[in-house]
Design a protein around this ligand. Structure first.
Ligand SMILES: O=C(O)CCC(=O)C(=O)O
Ligand SMILES: [Fe+2]
Length: 307
């Protein structure tokens, strides 16, 4: 049996920012995962996101493929991704849909036809804006947690035009019989800064706190109604000189249909990520050279998708 992980719960609306920052610091040093409550994204809106998501994934495959992923926006079919290059599985048993920044200048997003799904786009846009605003507030607490000015990431311009991506995920309940080990999402760590994850409550998410120890020990991350599960990505791990941890996680099939929605909040493409002053010293010099955020992410996607 897998044990459940006891993660701290951070209240985004708490007036005591310093105490929240202290809890975030501890959570990010120890595990890289925590729950976030009172984040300002209404449960009703989240309910609509899952309804609309389910409508999209229920469309015939040929309709979904008309929106196939281009420039990291749109639909990815079942088994098209294998997040764990060491695994021999035929790919992850999930389909997904990516929505990138909503600004009209780039205009790369793909939307299902209004005739078929009239409420889809307004629902996703509204969710995107709300979770982005929660994410920015969270990042100011993360700055405090790193002994930086609350507005540090804003002031250095890291989030002027954030590369924020909403990813709808659908894990089918029934997989059919197979001898192969099938994952919903195989073991990986997220690439960027922070991820805010919500699900429809069907279990499956697991975390491995010690990625270098064998055999790997996996612990369940339980669902809490109304809470986001937040985790640190590899770019923030690098930015903090490995003070904050980007932790390995995966989704195991639970025999029930699982829907989730991940919001990946990353800096502007042009922002150069280099070791934060508060995270290095003579005794602990920077472990990584500076890198443009866009270049870092592009390389990670190339390794996952080949493009
Ligand atoms: O669906 C989930 O619960 C997790 C998804 C995930 O880890 C990811 O998309 O990076
Ligand atoms: Fe992930």
């Amino acid at each position: 049996m897998t044990a459940a992980l006891n993660l701290p719960i951070i209240d985004l609306s708490s007036p005591d920012s310093l105490s929240s920052a202290t809890s975030i610091r501890q959570a990010c040093i120890e595990c890289g995962f925590f729950y976030l409550v009172n984040h300002g994204v209404e449960e009703e809106l989240l309910g609509h996101v899952f309804e609309e998501s389910s409508k999209l994934f229920s469309l015939p495959l040929e309709d979904k493929l008309k929106l196939a992923r281009k420039q990291h926006r749109g639909y990815t079919p079942l088994f098209s991704e294998n997040l764990d290059p060491t695994s021999t599985s035929k790919g992850d048993s999930k389909e997904s849909f990516y929505i990138g920044p909503l600004d009209t200048r780039s205009n790369l997003n793909q939307w299902p036809s209004e005739d078929i799904l009239p409420s889809w786009r307004p629902t996703m846009e509204s969710y995107y804006r709300k979770v982005l605003s929660a994410g920015k507030r969270l990042i100011s607490l993360i700055a405090l947690a790193l002994n930086l000015d609350e507005e540090f990431f804003e002031k250095v311009g890291a989030l002027n035009k954030p590369t924020a991506v909403l990813r709808l995920l659908h894990y089918p309940g029934q997989l059919g019989s197979t001898d192969e080990e099938i994952y919903g999402a195989s073991a990986h760590s997220d690439y960027g800064m922070v991820t805010l994850l919500a699900s429809n409550g069907v279990p499956g998410l697991q975390v491995c706190r010690e990625k270098s120890k064998q055999p790997r020990i996996w612990e369940d991350v339980l669902h809490i109604d109304g809470a986001f599960i937040v985790n640190i990505g590899d770019m923030l791990e690098r930015w903090t000189n490995c003070l904050f941890r980007s932790t390995l996680h995966r989704v195991m099939p639970a025999g029930q249909e699982r829907y989730s929605v991940a919001f990946f909040l990353d800096p502007n493409e042009d922002f150069v990520v280099e070791c934060l002053k508060s995270c290095c010293s003579e005794a602990s010099p920077p472990r990584f050279p500076p890198i443009r955020s866009g270049d870092y992410l592009k390389e990670r996607f190339r390794l996952t998708y080949g493009s």
